[in-house]
Design a protein around this ligand. Structure first.
Ligand code: DC
Length: 233
């Protein structure tokens, strides 16, 4: 059966990666968390004191950055590596969340990440989550879902995730961070966060993770059926 690209875009912390991971597992597809890539670049820039306004330094830094995903057989999750070092936990911390939108606005950063993401998905059979997958990275993705949820729900979920990792962050700080990131992500010049015209909207404010996953899997089945019927014509 032909393998598809499943693009899951949407606002910060509305359950994109949880959904994408489970959908990928169900389909036997690869899962690529593109937000993790922008977070890894942010970590590198902060650790190396890269001036976000200096294009030359940014270009040099991008040459030095190698991002890979590796499966952790113990936790059975895909973890992100920056130049060979596992940075999965570090990149989820609040100090990275506070800077990542600034870094992901930089055109050179976006060009480098988008081209790497296109290479990763060229054989198809991937579920990719992010902000611009259905519009810029894979405008030809067969399945596109745009996820959203109200900001309170998103903030509470994010707070719990951080708490599970031992970081206690006040709810107001998280709400402020989510609103700031939404604003920067959706108003930037280069591939802003917008719903692709052909993306299905999924509001996760009042539904369970199983329901989110079923929604996406249903879109995939419908697309595969449509392709099968088209072949028989
Ligand atoms: O999905 P996330 O919250 O881990 O993403 C972190 C940031 O990266 C987010 O604020 C915007 C940026 N991002 C992006 O600009 N384009 C993507 N495809 C994925 C993430």
């Amino acid at each position: 059966m032909k393998k598809l690209v499943v693009a899951i875009d949407g606002h910060s912390s509305c359950g994109k990666s949880t959904t994408a991971k489970l959908v990928a597992k169900d389909l036997g597809y690869a899962y690529i968390d593109t937000g993790a890539m922008y977070r890894a670049v942010t970590l590198y820039f902060l650790e190396h004191y890269i001036d976000f306004t200096n294009p030359k330094k940014i270009d040099q830094a991008l040459q030095e950055i190698h991002i890979t995903f590796e499966r952790n057989t113990k936790s059975n999750r895909n973890e992100v590596f920056l130049n060979g070092l596992n940075v999965e936990d570090e990149i989820r911390k609040m100090y990275i969340s506070n800077k990542v939108s600034e870094v992901s606005c930089i055109p050179a950063v976006r060009h480098a990440m988008v081209s790497q993401q296109q290479k990763m998905g060229r054989k198809r059979g991937v579920v990719m989550d992010g902000r611009d997958i259905g519009t810029t990275v894979f405008p030809d993705a067969e399945v596109k879902v745009f996820m959203t949820a109200d900001v309170d729900t998103r903030a509470r979920r994010r707070q719990q995730e951080l708490l599970d990792k031992g970081e206690l962050v006040p709810l107001d700080d998280i709400i402020a961070n989510l609103q700031k990131r939404d604003l920067i992500d959706s108003t930037r010049k280069e591939s802003p966060l917008v719903r692709a015209e052909d993306a299905e909207i999924l509001d996760t404010s009042h539904i369970t993770i199983d329901e989110q996953v079923d929604f996406v899997l249903h879109q995939v089945s419908a697309k595969l059926l449509e392709q099968e019927l088209a072949k028989r014509k």
